[in-house]
Design a protein around this ligand. Structure first.
Ligand SMILES: [Zn+2]
Length: 669
């Protein structure tokens, strides 16, 4: 998962009523009072923004969310139809139906209250000494929580055919390590709110206010210790910085205060002698946290991680408190989402193949799949031509790049094998237990891969997801069924609009194989430098142009986008649009189709792209995104690209000196 380059950022949270199904391009979404050469995003999306106010339960609301909302309704209808306890349900229908029914039963969850957590709270309370911390961590892992660190399996970065064990930094509730250290006014205020949130949560657990206030400080202190040893999101984009293959002995020497051998054997992993310790300084920080804090304080931290891990199925008072901090303060939403939306998303997340299989049967058309596959082929041909044509790369490196391009595996809109959840008991009256058991099932499934060859048929996203990704270690592009619909792909639209939307998305994912991060992996998905120094230098010089360009954009107030954090995504947006444009020109083969809705094919191509990104976003959400997300905000995903394209300048007859004409333009691919 670590390297996956997601196209969209927000795990789709969704919202209220939708009226019109989205289309590939909608002229009524335009704001014709704006000059496209002055602000193309406003021209393309101004009407949409007016007509699609952000629902109260959303921090950000865009075209992506509208589609995710439609998918969610399909999923919800499936769940409603199987959630009644009727005889004759199939095994899959029983699993997803009962999971949903238990999640929806707010009354039962509230009536059971903290009793549902008793065994888990007791396991923490039972710790008698420091070695007992390992036992509590083992227990928490068995119910889907992950205190301190993250443990799982991953392809060996230097030998992608082998799956190895990996331990990585974790244990923080705020979005990035910087949140614990930034000293501007807003950040200090946010930390205060976080501590207040911690205090309220401990009060809900029954602690008197002064005691709860102390516990809140303890959690903040321990998380800050862990944050000190953590890498920030910019550093984590460098694959060499998060790959450290150590022997188990070496790991133990970094943190002798935690019984790693006992932990691994309790997790039931296949035997291993070495593993990837992604961030060794983090393991030392964790050791400090265990050594320097007394037992009661460690119990307090473990209790907090128990609660964060159980989020989604806790009594209403806890869920409201979580929403208040994470939904309202960090994301700018005003109301909690309706329970059916949260529960539908939970089934999608916890039993992805059971619900996803039924979704695919209902929604995925053969035509959409086939046309997308044809577009993938067209995009790959365009990228090949682009690589051959660039003037800054030597023939030797180009040859390697083409080998890599030809090796990319395309996965479009379906799974070859669906998971079988027969071994996971799902009960109609145990929401928390269902979540714990399904998490454990997935955790064990991932761990069972250790020592085995890489299985490329697996997916990192559920099929109803409106998103796509490139995985550099598998060297594959992945398009779930959920995204192969309008506005991304629309049967009723012309090629121009489809190439600007899903075509550019395909180009985006392909380009990730050749962005500043993806380029460090070879055709086999191994972290291996296949670039001559001269070519690497030329590449870096070109990407620096993007870093500077996007750093100049202001997301909200005085918060700029982070050009280095968003570099991979911006490179992919720019490269993706360029090769999508080339592929469209190939398809049109010199013919100029008649104007539609008053726009030429070239103009419709850019409008197709822009309208994918129409968004209404709260200030809180824009701030959080700019500070912790690899994706630029909607406006700059549009304007940041078109201002680099002479093809755009020509299509809309823009003049030098206008805002949408950048000189010199940035370009890598
Ligand atoms: Zn991406």
């Amino acid at each position: 998962m670590e390297y996956m380059r997601y196209l969209a950022l927000l795990a789709a949270l969704c919202a209220a009523a939708f009226a019109q199904p989205p289309v590939g391009f909608d002229p009524s979404s335009l704001n014709r009072t704006v000059d496209p050469c002055v602000n193309f995003y406003q021209f393309a999306c101004g009407g949409w923004q007016k007509a699609n106010p952000r629902p109260a339960d959303q921090g950000s609301w865009g075209s992506f969310d509208v589609l995710q909302d439609r998918n969610r309704i399909v999923l919800h209808n499936i769940l409603e139809s199987v959630s009644a306890n009727k005889p004759g349900r199939t095994a899959i229908e029983q699993k997803i139906g009962d999971y949903f029914a238990a999640c929806m039963d707010e009354k039962a969850i509230d009536a059971r209250g903290l009793a549902a957590l008793k065994v888990d709270l007791d396991s923490i309370a039972a710790i008698k000494n420091k070695p007992g911390v390992t036992d509590a961590v083992i227990h928490l892992y068995s119910i889907g929580s992950a205190p301190f660190f993250r443990f799982g399996s991953e392809p060996d970065a230097k030998d992608s055919t082998k799956i190895i064990a990996g331990v990585d930094q974790g244990g923080l509730a705020l979005p990035d390590r910087d949140y614990y250290f930034r000293d501007d006014e807003k950040s200090i205020e946010l930390r205060k709110k976080y501590v207040a949130h911690l205090q309220k949560t401990f009060e809900l657990l029954g602690a008197p206010p002064t005691d709860a206030a102390k516990k809140a400080q303890v959690v903040m202190k321990i998380e800050t210790t862990l944050a000190k040893g953590s890498l920030d999101r910019v550093e984590r984009r460098d694959p060499n910085k998060i790959y450290h293959k150590l022997s188990v002995k070496e790991l133990i020497s970094l943190s002798p205060g935690f019984d790693w051998q006992k932990f691994f054997s309790a997790m039931g992993t296949p035997a291993f002698d070495s593993l990837d310790v992604s961030v060794p300084p983090f393991i030392r920080a964790m050791e400090s946290a265990i050594v320097e804090n007394n037992l009661d304080d460690l119990k307090t931290y473990l209790t907090w991680t128990l609660l964060t891990g159980a989020r989604g199925n806790l009594p209403t008072a806890f869920e409201r408190e979580f929403f208040d901090f994470f939904g309202r303060n960090l994301n700018g939403a005003k109301e909690m989402r309706a329970r059916w939306k949260r529960c539908t998303d939970q089934v999608d997340g916890q039993l992805p193949d059971a619900l996803g299989k039924m979704f695919v049967e209902k929604t995925l058309g053969e035509e959409g799949k086939q046309r997308t596959q044809q577009m993938v082929a067209a995009l790959e041909r365009a990228l090949e031509r682009d690589i051959k044509a660039v003037d800054w790369m030597t023939p030797k490196t180009k040859e390697e790049a083409l080998v890599k391009l030809h090796a990319i595996l395309n996965k479009v809109g379906n799974k070859a094998k669906w998971l079988d959840y027969n071994s996971v008991p799902i009960s109609r009256d145990d929401a928390l237990g269902n979540a714990a058991r399904t998490s454990l099932f997935e955790f064990h499934r991932q761990l069972s891969k250790i020592g085995k060859p890489l299985d490329k048929t697996d997916w990192a996203m559920s099929q109803p997801t409106v998103n796509a990704y490139y995985d550099p270690q598998e060297n594959d592009i992945n398009f779930p069924a959920g995204i192969l619909q309008p506005p991304f792909y629309d049967n009723k639209m012309d090629d121009a609009v489809n190439f600007g939307a899903i075509g550019a998305v395909i180009g985006h994912e392909l380009t990730h194989g050749f962005d500043d991060q993806g380029r460090q992996f070879d055709a086999q998905g191994n972290l291996r430098d296949w670039w001559t120094k001269e070519d690497a230098d030329a590449f870096k010089k070109r990407t620096q142009c993007f870093v500077d360009e996007y750093t100049g954009f202001i997301a909200v107030d005085n918060v700029h986008l982070k050009g280095d954090l968003t570099l991979g995504e911006n490179t992919a947006d720019n490269g993706g649009m360029r090769i999508a444009y080339m592929a469209l020109m190939d398809t049109l083969a010199g013919k100029a189709p008649p104007k539609r809705d008053g726009f030429t094919a070239e103009q419709r191509f850019f409008l197709g792209w822009a309208q994918v990104w129409c968004t209404n976003q709260s200030d809180e959400s824009a701030r959080t995104q700019a500070q912790s997300n690899e994706h630029s905000t909607g406006q700059f995903r549009v304007n940041g690209v078109v201002e680099n394209m002479p093809e755009f300048e020509k299509a809309f007859a823009c003049k030098a000196g206008q805002p949408m004409v950048r000189r010199p333009a940035c370009r890598v691919w």
